[in-house]
Design a protein around this ligand. Structure first.
Ligand code: CDP
Ligand code: MG
Length: 139
């Protein structure tokens, strides 16, 4: 079993797509083990996207990700990290394969509906950023 962090980004909520996106993970057989709606502060955005803070496009990313509520989810299942990344699709919605979340719902490089941890280290780090120990079921 693996655990990964999924964020439903502000565009997903604004477009009222969260039910359809969560349903995809459930249909796949993954388990939503924890979930909350919240606002990401600029401080949390900088920690979450630490690898991108110095990129030219980071200020626009921060404005987007802090611009409305998100839903943070702890998703678990066999090889969940890889499976959820594959279900999300390529970063840019224009390049993402049809059948993926981004491929089916996004035409944008930034507003691509979901975040998904990209490996075991980032999954651990990101889950700890978004969830307190007491909010996470024991493994
Ligand atoms: O989310 P993913 O790991 O697929 O992509 P990333 O390269 O780690 O970038 C993180 C997020 O920054 C993306 O999901 C986009 O929302 C955003 N982004 C952006 O606003 N402009 C770019 N040129 C690249 C990414
Ligand atoms: Mg990434």
């Amino acid at each position: 079993m693996e655990r990964t962090l999924v964020l439903l980004k502000p565009d997903c909520l604004q477009r009222r797509l969260m039910g359809r996106v969560v349903a995809r993970f459930e249909d796949k057989g993954l388990n939503v083990a924890a979930m909350k709606m919240m606002r990401i502060t600029p401080e949390l955005a900088k920690r979450h996207y630490a690898e991108h803070v110095n990129k030219a496009w980071y200020p626009q990313l921060e404005a987007f990700i802090t611009g409305g509520p998100v839903v943070a989810m702890l998703v678990e299942g066999p090889e969940a990290i890889c499976v959820v990344r594959a279900m999300a699709g390529a970063t840019n919605g224009l390049k993402a394969e049809p059948g993926t979340i981004r491929g089916d719902f996004s035409c944008s490089q930034q507003m691509n509906l979901v975040h998904a941890s990209d490996g075991p280290d980032s999954a651990r780090r990101e889950i700890a950023l978004f969830f307190a120990d007491a909010e996470i079921p024991l493994e």
